[in-house]
Design a protein around this ligand. Structure first.
Ligand code: GTP
Length: 417
């Protein structure tokens, strides 16, 4: 038998067969019950130029008139100068599962003569939601964290049939690391199937050229073939070419469907042969809503948070804890201040000792000099005293004072005798 996996950080794992039913197989049901009781929060943002069908599509997606259709502004009305951010919240319920849905709208996007910075207020809004989440995480009491972060951003592309416009590229480039981008070709009923296919290819190549990351349905190794095939099919439809309508219309064969009626026929919203609405709903609601929430939390928010804390000068996880804990932060600052004071004191002591040593050395030197001078003077005086003693002795004994000088004289004096 193969040895159990071991190594650094891995405890030995022993596979054991159970002797009977224990019950942890019921864990997924426990999680299910708990999450149904708690309900879910989901925030989606819609961005795109005015009149592309954003309100209609949101209503179509959630099958409710959550989003009131706005009357176009009369020509004389004062128009806002910047992109505004408006959000609408609604509690919806399906088969006992509650969902608190928030739709963030961005009226004014792309409506100005100069749209260079249209993305800025939207990025600010997304980041301020991250900020608010971080602030809640750092509270002493974290019982009721409200997750207002944007989990998905539906970006509406005008069905021009050409390629992405500068404003589209700029928006996606600026936002793709902060939000799950889901590009949508609006009002797809205005183009033929061939035009849509060619337009999709151009949009995708633009996205790839600009290294823009759009949300992809994830697949995991241990998943069954059906799930993988479903994810691949959804991925093959990106950017979703959609048709929105919250009105029921009658088809020639007598059915009532959500769609748009034209003189030549009916475009059905929920018909996969007519548009990608069903696949979009699968991506956003039915299959990958939890993945969108998870990716927002684990990747987008986490990266933003790391960057933010690094920007604040926090270098390591340990320090991060202190940074977000005011008491620990004050303590750390006090310790740092005390260490600084102690260092200054030590430096001052060293300078003082150095000065004292220098002074002592100087004093010692002058003392030695004085001593030497004193000794010289003493020697000179002693010599003088001895000379005087000699003179005195000679005077007393009647000998001449300077024997050398008087030697001839002495010779003369005494020699003559
Ligand atoms: P603002 O509120 O100005 O931002 O517009 P909006 O993007 O929310 O557009 P809205 O949903 O109000 O739709 C604008 C017009 O487009 C309405 O007359 C809709 O009926 C129409 N419309 C919406 N969706 C579609 C669509 O898929 N195809 C077509 N042909 N028209 C649509």
């Amino acid at each position: 038998a193969a040895p159990p996996p071991s190594g650094p950080g891995l405890s030995n794992v022993i596979r054991k067969k159970l002797m009977g039913y224990v019950g942890f197989a019921n864990l997924p049901n426990q999680v299910h019950r708990k999450s149904v009781r708690k309900g879910f929060q989901f925030t989606t943002m819609v961005v795109g130029e005015s009149g592309l069908g954003k309100s209609t599509l949101v209503n179509t997606l959630f099958n409710t008139t959550l989003y009131p259709a706005k009357e176009p502004l009369p020509p004389s009305a004062e128009r806002p100068k910047t992109v505004a951010i408006e959000s609408i919240g609604a509690d919806i319920e399906e088969n006992g599962v509650r969902l608190h849905l928030t739709v963030v709208d961005t009226p004014g996007f792309g409506d100005f003569v100069n749209n260079d910075d249209s993305w800025k207020p939207i990025l600010d809004n997304i980041e301020s939601r991250f900020d608010s989440y971080l602030e809640q995480e750092n509270r002493v009491n974290r019982q009721k964290i409200v997750d207002n972060r944007v989990h998905a951003c539906l970006y509406f592309i005008q069905p021009t049939g050409h390629s992405l416009k500068q404003i589209d590229v700029e928006f996606m480039r600026q936002l793709h690391t902060k939000v799950n981008l889901i590009p949508i070709i609006a009002k797809a009923d205005t183009m033929t199937d061939e035009e849509i296919a060619a337009f999709k290819a151009r949009v995708l190549s633009d996205i790839e050229y600009h290294n823009i990351h759009i949300f992809q349905a994830p697949t995991y190794d241990n998943e069954d073939e059906e799930t993988i095939a479903e994810a691949e099919e959804i991925a093959s439809k990106i950017p979703f070419a959609v048709v929105g309508s919250d009105k029921l219309v009658a088809t020639p064969d007598g059915r009532e469907v959500r769609g748009r009626a034209y003189p030549w026929g009916v475009v059905e919203v929920d018909n996969e042969d007519h548009c990608d609405f069903v696949k979009l709903r699968q991506m956003l609601v039915r299959t990958y809503m939890e993945e969108l929430r998870e990716y927002t939390n684990d990747v987008l928010y986490e990266n933003w948070r790391t960057e933010k804390l690094l920007g604040m000068g926090v270098a390591q996880d340990q320090t991060v804890f202190k940074e977000v804990n005011p008491a620990a932060r004050m303590q750390e600052e006090r310790v740092m201040h005390e260490a600084k004071l102690a260092k200054m004191e030590a430096e001052m002591k060293m300078v003082f000792q150095q000065k004292v040593q220098e002074k002592e050395a100087k004093l010692k030197q002058s003392e030695e000099e004085l001593y030497a001078r004193h000794k010289d003077m003493k020697d000179a005086l002693e010599k003088q005293r001895q000379e005087l003693e000699g003179k005195k002795g000679r005077i007393e004994s009647g000998r001449p004072l300077t024997p050398e000088k008087n030697s001839t004289r002495r010779k003369g004096v005494f020699g003559g005798r």
